[in-house]
Design a protein around this ligand. Structure first.
Ligand SMILES: NC(=O)c1ccc[n+]([C@@H]2O[C@H](COP(=O)([O-])OP(=O)(O)OC[C@H]3O[C@@H](n4cnc5c(N)ncnc54)[C@H](O)[C@@H]3O)[C@@H](O)[C@H]2O)c1
Ligand SMILES: [Zn+2]
Ligand SMILES: [Zn+2]
Length: 342
């Protein structure tokens, strides 16, 4: 073993390259993994653009990380042994603040996200808190498994809204998160309605079994929703675009006594007509990252209930990541999801 490893490194916003960085030093409560595959996420693009104020530089990016366990550490789950394939739960919580004390570790007051607040997993070897590893079931290729992480985000929104079979779920944004939420909603027996302003994304979702789609750039979304839901409007709305307009419109799209999850990260504040929230008695819930959803996500993927390749549009080599990040930053709608293998 050499004392440096290849890493995807952001020296500053707009400056990305594969460089040699020091070999990670593992603490007693950390595990060391040899990284096999990583997913490129919208937040990696945000870090590249300098659009996320939480990111500090220089930074090794990447939080959708899969690898083989080389060395364990204290807290390692009992079902994981050296040589096993694992996925990283990338949200490092403090364990002693109020939300942590009630199991809401995803909104820990001191949350550290790898690739954002601390160095991430786009590197050959990676050390991570041992208790935050999950064993990966068989039947999936390394390039497919990183998708479990964004799937946990989608599942969390369905859980926050307590989506049930038979309900209509209007999902705004047919990016990776929105499409995964729609595919997961189907597995719950719910009826997803995907809304986007890019027809190609909606067409591709229809081809994957999402029956109802609405192009908000051309169609009257409220009228279409009324028609699809027989006048009720959607019992559940998941906002997964981050658009201020979409956030505002979600209050119109939801039914009386309906539930909304805000998953998208808007760049600015959104003024909301709170009289509508009272009138319809809407439950609005924030939905941030995930807590306890990895097992379900891995199970949905390994059983083929959610088909990974429906969402992954391209698989590249590790050293192609810098170019892919530049491309995704220039034309974000070109690929739904790119994963890389090492
Ligand atoms: N809460 C969390 O923990 C969490 C985690 C991951 C991502 N996110 C956020 O979720 C959102 C979706 O992530 P993604 O990776 O799928 O992003 P993405 O950019 O791939 O997808 C967003 C989609 O929204 C569409 N869109 C934009 N404006 C719209 C509008 N006015 N009406 C309808 N559709 C519109 C875009 O065309 C695009 O297809 C982003 O805001 C992202 O920051 C949140
Ligand atoms: Zn991600
Ligand atoms: Zn905490």
């Amino acid at each position: 073993m050499t004392d440096t490893v290849n890493s995807i490194y952001l020296e500053a916003p707009g400056k990305i390259a594969m460089v040699r960085t020091p070999m990670p030093q593992k603490a007693a409560d950390q595990a060391l993994i040899r990284v096999e595959s990583v997913g490129i996420c919208g937040s990696d693009i945000g870090a590249y653009r300098g659009a996320n104020p939480l990111v500090t530089y220089p930074r090794i990016i990447g939080h959708e990380v899969v690898g083989t366990l080389i060395e364990g550490g204290s807290g390692l789950p009992a079902d994981i042994s050296v040589g096993d394939r694992v996925i990283v739960d990338p949200y490092i919580y403090c364990g002693h603040c109020y939300p942590c004390s009630i199991g809401r570790t995803n909104c820990c007051e001191n949350l550290k996200v790898i690739g954002v607040h601390v160095d991430g997993g786009m590197r050959e070897l990676f050390a991570h808190p041992a208790h935050l590893l999950h064993k990966v079931p068989t039947g999936l290729t390394a390039s497919q498994i990183p998708l479990a992480e964004p799937l946990t985000i989608a599942l969390h929104a369905l859980h926050r809204t307590q989506t049930k079979a038979g309900e209509h779920v209007a999902i705004i944004g047919a990016g990776a998160i929105g499409l995964l939420a729609a595919l997961a909603a189907l597995t719950y027996g719910a009826h997803p309605i995907l809304i986007d302003i890019v027809e190609a994304r909606l067409a591709s979702a229809r081809a994957k079994g999402v029956q109802h789609t609405i192009d908000a750039s051309k169609e009257d979304v409220r009228a279409r929703l009324r028609e699809i839901t027989n006048g009720r409007m959607a019992e559940v709305v998941i906002e997964a675009s981050g658009s201020n307009k979409a956030i505002r419109d979600s209050l119109d799209y939801v039914s009386f006594a309906g539930r909304i999850a805000f998953t998208g990260w808007p760049k600015q504040e959104t003024p909301l007509p709170t009289n509508l929230i009272t009138l319809k008695e809407i439950d609005i819930r924030g939905s941030r990252t995930s807590a306890g959803e990895f097992r379900e996500a891995l199970q949905l993927l390994s059983s083929g209930t959610v088909v990974a390749d429906d969402v992954i549009s391209k698989v590249i080599a590790f050293d192609e990541i810098p170019q892919a990040v530049r491309e995704l930053s220039d034309s974000p709608e070109r690929h739904l999801k790119i994963n890389a293998i090492l």
